[in-house]
Design a protein around this ligand. Structure first.
Ligand SMILES: NC(=O)c1ccc[n+]([C@@H]2O[C@H](COP(=O)([O-])OP(=O)(O)OC[C@H]3O[C@@H](n4cnc5c(N)ncnc54)[C@H](OP(=O)(O)O)[C@@H]3O)[C@@H](O)[C@H]2O)c1
Length: 305
């Protein structure tokens, strides 16, 4: 039941073909050799028949003895036979050579197809990696400095009745120091909450209104994308509020300067919850309550992970 299986010796189809052709070739050469021997013996017999036995002694062709003509004719056939074996049927014959050539061509074509598809694959991979690195570059560009600056209470309140809820002079000083000389991007409502534009900053105001009028020097745009475009010359533009704009800008920013006011407040405008899976705290400075500051607060810097 578990005895060894008999294996039939299998010969490759091409090997079999070669073998058959070699046998055919040997036969052809043998036939030529036999022909040659017959020619030699035949020629001697013809000479003997004519010269010794005197057969057809008087018979001549073109002035020559008939056996000479017969030998010449036979010689012609022998030469034709030699030509056929060694020239017309070179090696294993023309048909065999043509078949081999066709096989070779088809093998080469398969190889070419393989190389072509490999090249296409490589080109696709190259294009994909180029696109990826371009995308990475774009991410890098976006990563170069869009900063959100905000003061939010423990319950993320940032404003009420289009006004700030608290007055923290050190927070305002820090805001001024950080944003000095930069583009400050804001929503129309935040802009309107200022008595006048802040000095030494480029104001970029976002509104859906097409005919919004603002003092000279204030840039008016109709989307956050346009605001970022308008701030392109700045290596660190700031988004300064309010609630609507913070929400839209948070996914695009890479730094968050948060003043956390350690109280809860009633408000109508809020900052989104800071997702600590996305934002990593890199600095934290606590500020006590004092004569100028009604609440405790902390300056916290986050960077996107
Ligand atoms: N605590 C802080 O750090 C801080 C900082 C800044 C502001 N705030 C407070 O936040 C409050 C204001 O915030 P808010 O959310 O009410 O208003 P906002 O974000 O300042 O401005 C909203 C306005 O921006 C425009 N806008 C928004 N998204 C837009 C878009 N995708 N395309 C075009 N225009 C767009 C619209 O203007 P139009 O209506 O003209 O189309 C919209 O009404 C105030 O209470 C302010 O005091 C607090």
């Amino acid at each position: 039941m578990f005895g060894k299986k008999k294996t039939n010796p299998s010969i490759d189809k091409e090997q079999l073909e070669l073998l058959e052709n070699a046998q055919k070739r040997i036969k052809q050469k043998k036939a030529l050799y036999v022909h040659f021997i017959f020619f030699l013996i035949g020629s001697v017999l013809l000479i003997v028949a004519n010269t010794v036995l005197g057969i057809g002694k008087e018979f001549t062709l073109f002035g020559k003895e008939w056996f000479l003509i017969a030998i010449l004719v036979w010689l012609f056939f022998l030469i034709y036979h030699v030509f056929n074996v060694f020239v017309t049927n070179r090696f294993l014959g023309k048909a065999w050579e043509q078949k081999q050539m066709a096989k070779l061509v088809s093998k080469q074509q398969t190889r070419i197809e393989k190389i072509k598809s490999k090249l296409i694959k490589e080109e696709t991979l190259l294009a994909e990696s180029e696109l990826q690195s371009e995308a990475n570059e774009n991410i890098e560009i976006k990563k170069t400095g869009l900063t959100i600056i905000v003061a939010a209470s423990e319950n993320n309140a940032i404003g009420k009745g289009n006004k700030l809820i608290w007055h923290l002079s050190d927070d305002l000083k820090r805001f001024k120091a950080l944003t000095n000389g930069h583009h400050i991007i804001m929503g129309r409502k935040t802009f309107e909450s200022f008595p006048k534009p802040l000095p030494n900053r480029t104001h970029v105001v976002i509104t859906r209104q097409s005919d919004y009028k603002a003092p000279k020097g204030v840039i008016i745009v109709n989307s956050l994308t346009d605001a970022l475009d308008a701030s392109r010359s700045d290596s660190q533009p700031f988004v300064i509020g309010g609630g609507e704009i913070y929400k839209q800008a948070l996914p695009l920013a890479d730094t968050l300067e948060l003043t956390r006011v350690h109280e809860n407040f009633d408000a109508d405008t809020f900052f989104p919850i800071v997702d600590e899976n996305i934002w990593k705290e890199t600095a934290n400075t606590f500020h006590q309550k004092d004569d100028k500051h009604d609440y405790e607060f902390s300056f916290i810097t986050y960077t996107k992970q």
